[in-house]
Design a protein around this ligand. Sequence first.
Ligand SMILES: *Cc1c(COP(=O)(O)O)cnc(C)c1O
Length: 356
Amino acid sequence: MSVSSDYPRAARLIVDLEAVASNYRHLQTLSGDAAVAAVVKANAYGLGAGTIAHRLIGEGCTDFFVATPSEGEALREDLGAQSATIWVLNGFDIKQASAFEAAGLSPVLNTLDDVAAYASSGLTPHFALHFDTAMHRLGLSDADALTLARQSVSPALVMSHLACAEQSDHRLNVSQRERFETIASYFPDARKSLANTSGVYLGDEYHFDLCRPGIGLYGATARTGQKHGLVPAARLQAPILQIRDLHPGDTVGYGASYRADRSLRAATVAAGYADGLPRALSNVGWGRIDGVGARILGKVSMDLTVVDISDCPDAAVGDTVDFLGPDLDALAVAAETLPYELLTGIGPGVERIWVG
Ligand SMILES: *Cc1c(COP(=O)(O)O)cnc(C)c1O
């Protein structure tokens, strides 16, 4: 069943594919001789895994990381005949063997049980071994590495994940890298991968054979306030449904948490926390009309938010207020969260429009 578009009575997410491609090229330049994969788990951080991957294949990307087999199956279906390696980060369960086989997925094995299950599956082996080098989240241990090397287990890729890459002077970066180098040396024929987006910025020693950026492709880093040369790739475009004048003493929204201390012009826009505009942005966040700031007045509600458009005298019903975009990092700070959570929080029901 095709559903008609709710725009211009609901928000939509505008995804700039040329921005994603340009970010990929920028990260590739920074990565030197290393290849650059694309991490497209959680529907490419909400931006649309199939469309993004298709575009990045055009930029020369051959490796994609998803979290789950079903994400992998969906991506394989979207990519059709195009060749790409799809790595599944969350390990391997024998019950999912047929999904791995049918969609041609390559598991990232995180435990000895994963390795045993995969060996018993009868699948043509093509897998990664993920080692824990201090994050203590997923991954095999140093002792496991020796065990597996002695058994002549031969991964196509060995990888680990940095815990503190966004802090370039954090002592864990060097110690994780050294630990990874030791482990990786047991598997001389495998490709090696350590760096996420922030890891790419740590320099050559962190790049190995394959970098694995996610958030950087989508225009942000977690390195708040540092220059990164990436361009914003997504904006939540919220149409104005109604405009009114507020007078001193008027309040806005649930709980009357905003009270006007002067006359101003307010617009009610079709975006709220169900769309992914966090309630934590109430009274502290902002959007933009043609680049001009429009601060949020009162509480963000489920599908609606009120903004101050006093600086945009020409704004009219049907015009749009953009959220996120170039403000993604700063709004994440204002909401006391991360750009990752803002992007993945965009409601699944929000229409995605891909441009560029
Ligand atoms: C999510 C993830 C990445 C990508 O991290 P970014 O910080 O978004 O670049 C890379 N590697 C692993 C193992 C991940 O889980």
